[in-house]
Structures are given as C-alpha cells and as structure tokens.
Design a protein around this ligand. Structure first.
Ligand SMILES: [Zn+2]
Length: 373
C-alpha cells in the first residue's frame, strides 16, 4: 500500500515536503497571519508493520525550540489511547520513529481535544442539574464562545482554558473540572457549589483550535496579550469573557495552559500588579500550598521568573484580573513533555493526568474558598 499523510481535519496541522520509502519529511504550518508554530496533528495511512521515520524539518524555527529536547511525540491508532513514540531532536530536526500496527495512525504534539468533543462536553454538562449554558458571543469564524455556570454560592470563581489553542491539555483539565463540579454525589463539589458560583469557559479559542493553531485566533492574535484592551476586530473572545466577568465580579480566577519547555506543573501569579495586596498574596500562597498537598504532580520550585513590583504585563489575563477585581488570579501550566518529579515513560503528561489535576485543583480550592475576600 502507498504511504500517505493528511491533516485536513479538525485541528490538523502538517505540510508534506517529501516522501521516502519509509516515511516523510514534514513541516509544521504557521498560525494564520502569525509566525507562531509548534502544534502538529496528522494521520499516516498505509504504514502497517513499517518502521516509519517522520522528520519535522522546520522544528528548529518553531515558537519554542526548547520544547523539543526530551520531548516525545504523541501517537494513537484508536484516537482514544495516546502513547509516546520514539522521538529525537537533532540538528533542528524532530525525528519520530514508529512502527504502527494498523494502516491508520495519528500523531500529535499532545492528545488532541477536538471541537466535536468540546460540543459533547458542553452538551453533557448542559443536561446536569443546576447547570446554565450560554454563548457569550461569536468568534471571528462565527463559532460560539461557550460558557457554563454552576453553583449558587456568593464567591465568584472563574475557570477558563485554551486561550492558546495548541495547549489541548487545558481542555482535558476543563473536562475533569466540569465532570467533577457537576457530580451530584461528590461531597467536595456539593460543598463548593454551596459556597461559590462557578463560571466556566472550556475553550476560549475555538477558531485556533479548529484551525490547528498553536497560539493565536483566526486573526493571528495571541488572546493572552489582549486583556487590557480587547476589541471586536482582533479579540472578540476576550471581550465577550471580560464583559461577562465585569457583570459577575471575580473572587478567584484560574487560566489553564500548557508549557512547551518546562517539565513540571506550576502556577504563575500576579506579583507585579500595581495595587498588590497582602491578602491577595496570602490567598495565592495558601492555594499553592494546598495544591501541593493534594497532588504530587504539582510543585512550586520550578516555574517562571516573577515580575518585580509594578512590572506586571497587564495585557495578560492573570495580571489584568488580579488588578481589575482585587482577586486571586493565576495561570496554571502543565507540561507538553512530562512531570520530571513523577515521570511516566509510556504516556508522558496525559489527558488522564490533566483531568486528575483538575480534581486536585478543586480539592485545593475547597480548602481556601471560605477565605476568599
Ligand atoms: Zn499558554
């Protein structure tokens, strides 16, 4: 059978450069109207039993070349279970070697979270007791910015994910959070729903997700640099969400991401905002400590450098929300690679671990929720 490659599907991204007997030379395509690229997702047909060599020849010029050393590509034949394939990064080329059992095999930067699965997630949640579903508005491609709310408590908790669409682990995290928050039996969820109202945006960037982008929306705009001044032309997704936040208020916000290079789970806070208060810092620290107690996948030794006083980038959601609402806000980063404190050579960081981390994040929130405000 002839070997072929395709990416003409939801979140597909690859360009064929050349074909060999045992595989392909490939390139990742940049986000539309942007120079960012790193997300790949493609299917190889006709490779059963062949020792395939797939070379991504423009890996060295990607947005985060530090993401490639020690990275293993994700591979699946049933599109349910994803494993890590033998992968090497040398001379700016990422080489994936894999012998598929079947004639249809899928490769991706991380286990994809399709827009179809997104709609299944929203539909399942919509059917749960006490859940309100709404569209906060339209994206540039005309998709809905889906929003769920659950709970009747006085504290306003916002959880949102996938401003950067290639960080699909963020929506796996949301799936874990939503499943748990809507569980009628779970005691932590029941208690949280009594103490807080949850506002959930499982996918902030459906256009970038469907287009197979790494970091931007349909106009090539990085949504997490728009929070100070979102516009209908550039960043309607942020505008819709921020407008709703202005209506509800925010006491706790968590923005879910993935990091290409750092092989740990960590939080980034809002230390550099102009009107930082001791109470904000105390609540943030208490949350980090609670989460570290709850999950061995979380730590606070490795992470980003903290901004100095008054030096915060106010275009990022976490800083903008902490300043705007005087709330506790944070960016959660999960690895594309693995958590080096607790490595799993078969799966690396995975959808399952992302979902379990979301459960731990809710446990940690339950510990501090009474102290918010
Ligand atoms: Zn991100």
């Amino acid at each position: 059978m002839t070997l072929s490659v395709s990416s003409a599907f939801d979140s597909g991204n690859i360009r064929l450069v050349s074909t060999r007997e045992d595989g392909f030379d490939l390139e990742i395509v940049t986000d539309h109207q942007s120079d960012f690229y790193q997300w790949f997702h493609f299917r190889v047909v006709g490779g059963a039993g062949k020792a395939l060599t797939l070379r991504i020849v423009n890996a060295g010029g990607s947005a985060y070349p530090d993401g490639w050393p020690n990275y293993k590509a994700c591979v699946s034949e049933d599109r349910e279970s994803w494993f890590r394939a033998d992968t090497a990064y040398e001379d700016k080329v990422l080489t994936i070697r894999h012998t598929p059992a079947s004639n249809s095999v899928w490769f991706a930067y991380f286990a994809p979270y399709s827009m179809e699965r997104h709609h299944d997630l929203v539909a399942a949640a919509a059917g749960c007791e006490g859940v309100t579903v709404a569209s906060l508005g339209k994206t540039l491609d005309g998709q809905d910015v889906d929003y769920l709310s659950v709970g009747e408590g006085p504290r306003q908790v916002w959880m949102f994910a996938r401003q950067h669409p290639g960080e699909s682990m963020a929506e796996w995290w949301m799936e874990g959070a939503i499943e748990r928050l809507t569980d009628p039996h779970d005691p932590v969820a029941r208690s949280l729903r009594k103490r807080a109202t949850f506002h959930l945006v499982p996918n902030m960037n459906p256009d970038g997700s469907r287009r197979g982008h790494l970091r931007t929306n349909a106009a090539g705009v990085n949504l997490n640099r728009e929070w100070h001044a979102p516009t209908t032309e550039r960043s309607p997704e942020v505008l819709h969400v921020r407008n709703r936040m202005d209506e509800t208020g925010v006491d706790f916000a968590i923005d879910i991401h993935g990091d290409e290079a750092i092989p740990y789970v960590f939080l980034a806070g809002f230390e550099g905002i102009p009107s930082l208060t001791e109470q904000q810092v105390a609540n943030y620290d208490a949350y980090q400590k609670a989460l570290a107690r709850r999950s061995p996948d979380f730590q606070y030794k490795h992470g980003y450098a903290r901004a100095g006083k008054g030096k915060a980038n106010m275009s990022m959601s976490t800083n903008q929300l902490a300043e705007r609402f005087g709330c506790v806000a944070m960016t959660l980063e999960m690895p594309f690679k693995d958590n080096d404190d607790l490595p799993d050579p078969v799966h690396g960081w995975s959808p399952e671990r992302s979902k379990l981390l979301a459960h731990a994040c809710l446990d940690a929130l339950h510990e501090i929720v009474e102290d918010l405000r």
